[in-house]
Design a protein. Structure first.
Lengths: 467, 467
């Protein structure tokens, strides 16, 4: 699993490079070694060199690139910000890598219909800032939201803390323009809340990890910006009580806008990183946010605090927005903070049905102990999505072997409880070999069938998802 | 369009009937004329005779039926309650009709994870009652909710008034067991809020109108039951102000749990039907519900009333739950009430992006006038989903011709504004010929490709969706 290499590499011949240069412009077609290297990795730190990097500026240019490559049997791999954790943007078979960095415009924010039309390269945070100025809200907030792009978010069906209340990227995509193998643009979906004409091709494309086509325009649903929010910090001395607390909050009919946890190692990593004043001796920390109408909020936050206390936690309600923001900044710094704990971060994002958390979380922690690995657990516990990180040197063969076995046990644990091997990150190349754990051969055959409909020659982001 | 007939009818040979009887039980395989007639129509009133009706009681029996039929080249058409408006449950090519009426059990209501597992034949209202007893909520509420079934709701991706706030059936389906052509059961989805492993086959199946496989088990997401609700009745003297009011409500950051309108003809039809005390001389009536936390509600309903008044409406807030319930009973009786206005109801459910409603609604009404047809407009104006009904005798060839032209203009109007030809009812057979208005040839080719992956011989609910 950790020795993933490029295979069946296809280099772009000189004459095709020239055609690409002529058709879409010299400076948008890069093939020197440094450029190829710069586009050869993502957040997995696995390196795979493209033969050529193309940086289109218009939908029409994307159409031309795909059309030319497909006719010539050259693989095409789309790339957003390259912030993915499963290698989705890596050109497994070389060929052409299409970077969407220049297609980064917000084309329209239609306030009356609460809809935004964007190019795929728009940074998620930038869109969020623009719509919030207008009293609107685009909820999905992956940890990388300050640099990841909407195109990548759609391809991976990105999540984030707020998704426990607001749903994942899928719930906000209304329309897609997608360049498919034939070099044609298909338009799917409608900018309306309801539409049941034909198969739901839009939702086949969401989460398809760029393996079915290249998005060139995306219409997103926006919602009214919540009027206010409140945050509670709760410190627990055992992990089972945390699971119970999560259950009790939902049972009380409260739908938190974020419900995050971090274990002791995660808390200490964050404190080493930024000195946020989190309690270093706490076994587990929960951060719980509720949002909505200010009057409803007052009652709900007190109820949340009470539930935490009843489960043995020591609780603090953030008194000001600034205090709350400080807590969330601490939470958001987890990813870089944890990265400092080891040279290599093996970052899994399994999911459990909520009610099994009290039972599953101690078992999860036990896996790290049994394999004698530095394991940091945190994540979106409100929706059962746990980030299990193994921090390793990556240089010791025995450590690598133990990590491989531990990761497999982590997946088995999630599947034992009817969960999933990935809640947010996707399958890409790093989880490809685990698809058969989760799906029956016929189910994978159906997925392969769909892949063939969109990509008969297997040239669109090949080598991904185990398909 | 109104002369849809069965074609390429395949009768089930005696020996296959005997195999079916032997495999799944004598009394579950019906082929006398009366039984076939009883299962030959749906809410379109178009009649299409199946050769055999099979009423399975278990998933295994469904599996056997599909397996036997597929091997023998016999079409299989699934049927829920037969309450659809586009002929989805009609056996266009004869063969075997599979009725899910006996697979009507709620298998599990998991309160801790807020999830329900049901058989496809469960009546939507029955499930709603059961989950509400437990403080949970299943929002989708098609007009037929007291008799339609969850299986049909999933197949058609059913909507209803509440969907403006809570989303359509799609948003609540977590897992599906589906019997496909090979007689195998595929399991898709997970009972978790997040899961991004593999293509989203669940959402390909939702809204596929039973053309890709037969659902045998469905896991649904539930949410906490809203604590309270309030209803406003607003009477308008012109239709453009109604469109403006809808826009203003959303602009104020209020997300109503229902926002319904009926025009004069609809109001009078309801009054003739049930004497609810609605104002017969009103040009348009809006019913607006907000739900949620009681304290937030008090403010929001007053704000809604104020917005209606500013737009020229005469407004009343229902003072008791009973008063509110009376208004919603009136709204729900619209379907049967309108049916009394003509022998045949041609019921279209187009969608507009919200902001175009003030402009589009008068044009819609104008279509009825120009073709000299009795036209009743009502529907879910909050999400732009308008039910445009032509009430005709169905016996006058000239009237039929005018209706056909009018319907085409209705669709053109929706598409002109970037809307859809169907928001809730699906395509089935009645809208099949209009698919090419909405989709490009390549888009339809992709849909046909997906159909082939799931149904290589074209035997699963054939003749639907123009595919």
């Amino acid at each position: 699993m950790f020795e993933i290499e490029q295979r069946e590499i296809i280099n772009v011949p000189e004459n095709i490079k020239n055609i690409l240069r002529k058709e879409i412009g010299e400076y948008k077609v890069l093939d020197d070694d440094m450029d190829r290297l710069l586009y050869s990795y993502d957040a997995t730190r696995i390196k795979m060199l493209p033969s050529v990097v193309v940086i289109p500026e218009t939908e029409e240019e994307v159409r031309k690139v795909v059309s030319i490559c497909y006719q010539e049997g050259i693989p095409v791999t789309p790339r957003g910000a390259g912030s993915g954790y499963t290698g989705g943007a890596l050109p497994v078979k070389g060929g052409v890598l299409v970077s969407f960095e220049k297609m980064d415009r917000i084309l329209e924010i239609d306030e009356e219909n609460a809809v935004a039309r964007v190019q795929p390269g728009v940074v998620t945070y930038k869109l969020q800032q623009e719509v919030e100025k207008r009293g609107l809200f685009y909820p999905p907030d992956p940890a990388s939201y300050k640099f990841c792009t909407i195109g990548g978010n759609v391809a991976e069906n990105a999540g984030g803390p707020r998704c426990v209340k607001y749903g994942v990227t899928r719930e906000y995509v209304m329309e897609l323009n997608t360049v498919i193998y034939s070099g044609e643009i298909i338009h799917t979906g409608r900018p309306t809340l309801k539409d049941v004409a034909g198969y739901d091709i839009t939702r086949v494309l969401i989460g398809s990890e760029g393996t079915l086509g290249l998005f060139t325009e995306i219409t997103l649903k926006l919602i009214p910006k919540p009027k206010a929010s409140k945050t509670v910090k709760a410190i627990f001395s055992d992990i089972a009580s945390v699971g119970k607390t999560v259950k009790d909050i939902f049972k009380a009919g409260i739908s938190p806008s974020a419900l995050e946890f971090m274990d002791k190692l995660a808390i200490n990593a964050v404190e080493d990183f930024g000195h946020f004043g989190l309690p270093r001796d706490a076994e587990v920390l929960l951060l719980i946010e509720v949002d909505g109408h200010p009057k409803a909020l007052e009652e709900e936050i007190v109820e949340v605090a009470r539930i935490c206390e009843l489960n043995g936690a020591s609780v603090e309600i953030a008194q000001t927005d600034r205090e709350a923001e400080n807590l969330w900044t601490a939470r958001r710094s987890l990813s870089p903070a944890v990265s400092k704990l080891g040279r290599v971060k093996i970052n899994e994002d399994i999911v459990f049905p909520r009610s099994y958390l009290p039972e599953a979380l101690p078992q999860l922690r036990d896996i790290g102990k049994r394999y004698n690995l530095k394991m940091v657990n945190f994540g979106h516990i409100g929706d059962g999505n746990v980030h299990a990180n193994f921090m390793i040197s990556g240089l010791d063969p025995d450590e690598l072997k133990r990590t491989e076995k531990a990761v497999e046990e982590v997946f088995d644990l999630a599947l034992k409880y009817g969960g999933s091997i990935t809640g947010e990150h996707g399958v890409g190349i790093t989880k490809a070999s685990f698809m058969k754990k989760m799906f029956k051969p016929k189910e994978i055959e159906i997925m392969r069938g769909i892949k063939s409909v969109f990509d008969p020659e297997g040239l669109i982001n090949p080598g991904k998802m185990g398909l």
